[in-house]
Design a protein around this ligand. Sequence first.
Ligand code: NI
Length: 398
Amino acid sequence: MANKLRKIVSNELFEWMREIRRTIHQQPELGFREEKTSALISGFLEQLDIKHKTGIAKTGVVGKIIVDKKAPTVALRADMDALPVIESTGLTFSSKTPGVMHACGHDGHVAIMLGAAAILKKNPPDGNAVFIFQPSEESEGGARPMIEEGALKGVDMIFGGHIEPDFNIGEIGIKTGLHTSYTDAFEIRITGKGGHAARPHETIDAVVIASRLVMDLQTIVSRETDPFSPVVITVGYINAGTVHNVIAEKATLKGTIRTIDELTRSQMIDRIRKTASSLSLLHGADIQVVLFPGYPPVINEEKATELARDAAVDLLGEKNVVSIPLPGLGGEDFAYYLHKVPGCFVRLGGARKGAEIVESHSPRFDFDEEVLRVGAAYFSELVRYALKKLRRDGQVRN
Ligand code: NI
């Protein structure tokens, strides 16, 4: 396996990718503000002599290797945004922007995709390759505007991946069909009646209502949903009150709803609204529920998933290709590309041997940079596989 990888990704190319990753890691940028990252990507594509367009969906970049206009086209996608996290990795190339960190490995995704582009440029595939560098996967979602602005034009199949601390370096995790969940967010605003802490009967206590609401939301999950259709309701934010001896008039809760099917999703939204309105009636408080619809689930297409698996087995060996048995309740706006063209989203093992596993979005998140080599080799090979298959299936444009 190691030999095959080294043959596709030379040490020189690996070092080039590592440098890119570290540079981007030092200058993380939040969603739709990835100006420096976008300029860097454009510069590297220029260096590789790959034609590209910038400024798509604000900061997105799309590069293309066109071998033959009538040949099939396979796209790869990398996200490029960072998170509002204060880095504490202690890395020599830590973030230089206070409060912003590449805590989800998107710096690595960009480096991997540029590496794959370099490999495919040097040794062109039997068809066309498109490289989609997308802004804002973590917040409002850059995939949809990228598609609206033509990123998928002429694309027959798409692949993407995410560096994962739960898989070892050299492993690839693949799941056919449903892979991630609906990720809706909500905000609940409670307005009661503030007053003196010693005279609660003269008030409507927003803190007590908020506390009860948090518990009631958990009861919806445990008592009102089918245990075989997973649901998570997490309240990640709660804010109320000013001082110990004043009963709070207002409270705000923010949270997320994770579901894997449309019916359960709409039932959950409905139950949250009903719980809020019944508590409103019970306590005489005004309770507003605002819903922020999130990403739909990633559903990996069967044939594309088979290709993704075959390419992984050939490159890394059967034992390093992990079949993910169940969908996860994370979100990923790669889902939108899969509404338009068949494709597959995979997991790239990033765990450093023997090191403690630190999950993504943590201020201490890091990965073994060997994943850059594995990722670039894998995606370049996968593009070749998919193009061959598409040609065989006769997807040639006239
Ligand atoms: Ni991510």
